[in-house]
Ligand binder design. Structure first.
Ligand SMILES: Nc1ncnc2c1ncn2[C@@H]1O[C@H](COP(=O)(O)OP(=O)(O)O)[C@@H](O)[C@H]1O
Ligand SMILES: [Mg+2]
Length: 265
């Protein structure tokens, strides 16, 4: 089952040559256990930084990041990241890639778990193949199987489908929604594609850059599985796009509150 994630007034600065760069300013976000939240925003608005904070790879400069009621103090197997580049080990077979984390954590049921997850993502016949022998879509499927096999409470996805061709991406959108429904994992899905964000999320959090902050959110109450071509997805994506445009026009001035810009259907 998924865990609740909370960010409370999080500010994140990075030291650099000329004093420091603020990546995120005053970001507050509550994600319910088992919720699927999409985060959309332009390049550099702090989306990956936000995932790193939840993953525990980065500690906030100010504010608090919590999993259930405990502060996040570092990485753990309860939070797993999936990247745009699949990050599979090239020297291991698909099955061994999926097994890797399980065996490391001493799971005696590793073989059965691997077989089950390979079947769920349609890679049973590719079990003995190596990553370079797979298509981009198959590699991301293997990465998904590896992540879900660890039974994380929170799955952190950083533009995982951005490098795929449209048909592969469409198929993975449907499959991911199905896996999410089956597992109840909390998913935080980062993308710069507004339609993808709407198709996947229960809620789309819209961020702006300079520095990164939350501009507002769009709640998506459409039946699943959804696809990016759906008319209602496209219409809601326009709402989210308006928030992004408002951010552009505001430049770096004060954001509207989440309530001001909340859109619901
Ligand atoms: N480790 C780091 N050191 C210095 N600056 C960083 C670091 N990580 C991110 N940044 C800066 O923080 C901002 C947000 O980056 P990032 O979270 O990667 O944005 P996004 O994922 O939305 O493209 C950018 O300006 C980036 O250059
Ligand atoms: Mg990024």
């Amino acid at each position: 089952m998924g865990a609740r994630v909370g960010l409370e007034s999080v500010t994140q600065s990075f030291a650099n040559g000329d004093g420091g760069r603020v990546a995120l300013v005053d970001v507050s976000l509550d994600i319910a256990a088992g919720e699927f939240v999409s985060i959309v925003g332009p390049s550099g608005c702090g989306k990956s930084t936000l995932l790193d904070l939840i993953a525990g790879h980065t500690r906030p400069t100010a504010g608090r990041v919590a999993l259930e009621d405990a502060d996040v103090r570092g990485p753990g197997p309860d939070r797993i990241m999936v990247f745009q580049e699949h990050a599979l080990f090239p020297w291991l077979s698909v099955a061994d890639n999926v097994a890797f984390g399980l065996r490391n954590s001493g799971r005696s049921d590793a073989d059965a778990t691997v077989a089950m997850w390979l079947a769920k993502v349609g890679l049973t016949d590719a079990a003995a193949m190596h990553p370079h022998q797979l298509s981009g879509g198959m590699r991301q499927r293997a990465a998904l199987a590896r992540a879900f096999a660890m039974r994380p409470e929170v799955l952190l996805m950083d533009e995982p489908f951005s490098a795929l061709d449209a048909p592969s991406r469409d198929r993975l959108h449907v499959e991911l929604q199905e896996l999410w429904r089956e597992t109840g994992t909390t998913i935080v899905f980062v993308t710069h594609n507004v339609r993808e964000a709407v198709a996947l999320g229960d809620r789309v959090v819209v961020m702006s850059s300079g520095p990164g902050r939350i501009m507002g959110e769009v709640r998506v109450k459409l039946p699943r599985p959804r696809v990016v071509e759906s008319e209602r997805v496209v219409a809601l994506a326009q709402e989210a796009r308006r928030l992004l445009d408002a951010a552009d026009q505001l430049g770096i001035t004060a954001p509207r509150t989440a309530e001001d810009s909340h859109v619901s259907i």
